[in-house]
Design a binder for this molecule. Structure first.
Ligand code: NAP
Length: 316
């Protein structure tokens, strides 16, 4: 497994990370047996970086992941979870909520130490509370050794960059912004990487947008973007290719030049995991890539901040 260092003196983390939101049943129901299989397959294949949050599946993802990790040596996995997001439209970055959330995550995950603790979807929370309470609390926990690194996550790239640099955080996770449809993360990630901030690219499939079946109903993309993604899927099919595979090949194989340390993909089945590991190194079919880029060109870089769609879970 290709791996990169998480910060100057950090552990090596796999270039493909397991996004455990899927284990909370956010796309389809996932049994504990299935969660156990995919986590075991990931570790076996050298995928040692796993991202989760209390919010995913209303704590179900952390509970399922914790059960799947039982008996796994602690140093075999680099665990990232989050604080601050409590529901679809509910955030709390108070010190008390952060400390309580961390304790609950540690209990659900069955670990004493969290490798990366991130403030979750910061653009929606109270900025002053984030700066005055959550981030100072995280810094204290890092100094005590309870957490290894502190980070921020979200969709608003300008805010992530501003807060990351002003607050000297260790990591940034952005989602849906380094995909075949939207590549706005790349210049931001390169600037952050130059300042020593480790950047993760989550959702290279755009939360299911760049899949043959299309995104779930709650997805915030505009119909124009959905239609273009469906056209891309059709054009891939006609060429005997699969849109998800091409999208993953692109995101994984160009991550390093985009300043990305690891690409976080939601996977709830070992077959998906195996396919995505292959996407790391299999040469991209140039005809399929050109067809997808052509289909997506009219909506390139048009995220739902610029072209609002269905509101999404956090939106109106
Ligand atoms: N706001 C946030 O906190 C936020 C937002 C987005 C993402 N993230 C992080 O990033 C992770 C990944 O994002 P995500 O899970 O939302 O979306 P994603 O990675 O864009 O898509 C995951 C979905 O795509 C499917 N998939 C994966 N590889 C595939 C392939 N090769 N072919 C066909 N389908 C494939 C998965 O299927 P199966 O489940 O059937 O395997 C799953 O349904 C999350 O788990 C989370 O850790 C965070």
């Amino acid at each position: 497994m290709i791996s990169n260092r998480l910060g100057a003196e950090g552990p090596r983390v796999s270039a493909l990370a397991l996004g455990a939101a899927s284990l909370g049943g956010v796309y389809q129901p996932v049994s504990q047996a299935q969660a156990n299989l995919v986590v075991a397959a990931a570790l076996e294949a050298g995928v040692n970086l796993i991202d989760v949050a209390p919010y995913y599946g209303a704590t179900r993802a952390e509970t399922a992941l914790g059960a799947a990790l039982r008996g796994v040596p602690r140093d075999d996995v680099v665990l990232m979870t989050k604080v601050g997001r409590q529901g679809d439209k509910s955030w709390d970055f108070s010190r008390e909520a952060v400390l309580r959330s961390l304790d609950e995550s540690r209990r659900r995950l069955g670990v004493d130490r969290i490798d990366v603790l991130q403030c979750h979807d910061i653009e929606y929370g109270d900025r002053q509370q984030l700066l005055d309470e959550a981030l100072p609390a995280l810094r204290e926990l890092k100094a005590q050794g309870v957490i290894g690194r502190i980070g921020v996550t979200g969709y608003d790239l300008a805010l992530l960059e501003e807060i990351a640099l002003a607050e000297a955080v260790d990591t940034v996770m952005a989602y849906c912004t380094y995909t075949l449809q939207d590549q706005r993360l790349a210049p931001v990630a390169r600037r952050l990487a130059a300042q020593g901030v480790a950047v993760f690219n989550a959702s290279p499939l755009g939360m299911g947008l760049l899949t043959a079946d299309g995104p779930p109903d709650w997805h915030p993309a505009h119909d124009r973007v959905r239609d273009a993604a469906m056209a891309a899927a059709r054009r891939c099919r006609a060429l005997g290719a699969d849109l998800s595979f091409v999208a993953l090949q692109f995101a994984l194989q160009t991550a390093a030049q985009a300043g990305v340390v690891s690409t976080v993909v939601g996977m709830s089945r070992p077959e998906t995991l195996r396919q995505n590991i292959a996407a790391l190194t299999t040469q991209i079919d140039p005809a399929a890539l050109a067809a997808v880029q052509d289909a997506l060109a009219p909506v390139k870089d048009l995220g739902w901040d610029l072209l609002p769609g269905h509101g999404g879970k956090a939106g109106a």
